[in-house]
Design a protein around this ligand. Structure first.
Ligand code: NAD
Length: 298
């Protein structure tokens, strides 16, 4: 299948790589041409604009940082919509606002262009291993048509309902994931302060009712190693929690704890940690506790 792909960063590049490996012919674009080097070496074609990714492609994907980036790449000058014709399919793999993707869907629908949201979860390791969870919203018949293509990037591809529902699932998941990170840092620093070895504490929690993937998969690769190279940037994590609290405001939902988690991320951004991995937020609690949660052998 011919596939267009815009946004070749930490997630987009490995996802596009897996599409090439699955036999698809890719036309790719990014603001940074060097982000495409490995893909061009594998036979992908370069496009100078998002619009140029569209002609001939059966589907165009985006994997971009924030809602405003997706809006510009789809609806802006030289954007995907300019290059699209009735019947074309566009899917957003970014973590975007449900309201934004529903608006983009409606604008594109006026020209007969199909839009589905398909945010992903599983991090850069999941993207490289093609084991992502993929959460799709939009027309179910088009989802069924695209499912084999999505299987090249993920191992758990789920239809979530109408347009925007994939984003709702993703935002709920990430708001929870960031909240778990904040609370877990508090209890781990508490346990260490109260005399327990960090490796013992982490092992006990991982195998008890508080066990979670952040503890067993993410902290060992980042926080426990003192490795804050992203991964998943703090700026993107802050964006995701804010998407969660914004969605709650939009629907009049009380979300007291999520707003505390949001403010932790705002504080981390003010420290200048936006470009660092999202585990950098844990450094706030580490500083207050006077304890560093490090397990170099994890
Ligand atoms: P990233 O910053 O590494 O990559 C984004 C890429 O988009 C960059 O290469 C950038 O140059 C490009 N870009 C930005 N604006 C552009 C534009 N106008 N035109 C063309 N290219 C443009 O971000 P990422 O970590 O790959 O995340 C991408 C999306 O996936 C985000 O929405 C993020 O929240 C989500 N996500 C990230 C992870 C993760 O672990 N990193 C996991 C799941 C979901």
């Amino acid at each position: 299948m011919k596939v267009g792909f815009v946004g070749l960063g930490n997630m987009g590049n490995p996802m596009a790589t897996n599409l090439v490996k699955a036999g698809h012919q890719l036309t790719v674009h990014d603001l940074r041409r060097e982000a495409a080097t490995n893909l061009l070496e594998m036979g992908a074609e370069w496009a100078d604009t998002p619009r140029d990714c569209v002609p001939g492609s059966e589907v165009v994907f985006t994997s971009l940082p924030a809602p405003r980036d997706v809006e510009a790449v789809v609806l802006g000058e030289n954007g995907i919509l300019e290059g699209a014709a009735a019947g074309d399919v566009y899917m957003d793999l970014s973590t975007n606002s449900p309201t934004m993707i529903r608006r983009i869907h409606d604008v594109c629908a006026e020209q007969g262009v199909n839009v589905l949201d398909s945010p992903v979860s599983g991090g850069v390791y999941g993207a490289a291993a093609a084991t992502l969870a993929v959460m799709v919203g939009g027309d179910e018949a088009i989802f069924n048509r695209m499912k084999p293509t999505l299987d090249a990037i993920g191992s758990h591809v789920v239809y979530c309902g109408p347009i925007g529902n994939g984003m709702v699932c993703k935002i709920c998941n990430n708001t929870l994931g960031m909240g778990i990170g904040v609370l877990m840092t508090e209890v781990l620093t508490l346990g260490v302060k109260a005399g327990v070895d960090l490796a013992v504490l982490a092992d006990v929690i991982a195998n008890s009712s508080g066990g979670n993937r952040r503890l067993v998969e993410k902290f060992p690769r980042y926080l426990f190693k003192g490795n804050f190279e992203p991964g998943f940037a703090t700026a993107l994590a802050a964006k995701d929690v804010r998407l969660g609290t914004d969605l709650a405001r939009e629907y009049g939902m009380p979300m007291e704890l999520a707003n505390l988690v949001d403010q932790k991320h705002v504080e981390a951004l003010h420290r200048g940690w936006g470009p660092e991995d999202s585990d950098a937020v844990s450094k706030l609690q580490e500083e207050k506790a006077g304890i560093q949660l490090r397990l170099p052998e994890a």
